[in-house]
Design a protein. Structure first.
Length: 102
């Protein structure tokens, strides 16, 4: 398994390669919080999106890449490629699993 980092409700899983059908995202916002409007942002990295079994985000982290957020400690990612994974809450009475609100 690849190295995993976590910041709040977002996981960053190290991967070997990016999907072929990726599209570069021109800003640095990984995920914007629904409850507070605060955002997880990447510094020294490039964001990509891809539609592969649903929408997916990826990061190409340069040396010294950091993920920052107003309410969490910043984390430094090793240089490499990462899949961004949002955590969900499980509620057996809900019609669908809602995203964790940060």
């Amino acid at each position: 398994m690849g190295k995993i980092y976590r910041q709040g409700d977002v996981l960053f899983k190290k991967i070997d390669e990016l999907p072929k059908n990726k599209r570069k995202i021109d800003d640095n916002i990984i995920v914007k919080g629904e409850a507070t409007g605060h955002a997880h942002k990447i510094r020294n990295g490039v964001l990509y999106s891809s539609w592969q079994r649903g929408p997916r985000l990826y990061i190409k982290a340069s040396k010294g890449a950091k993920v920052v957020h107003e309410e969490h400690e910043e984390i430094e990612l090793d240089q490499g490629l990462y899949e961004v994974i949002r955590q969900k809450e499980y509620d057996p009475n809900a019609p669908a699993d809602p995203w964790v609100e940060d």
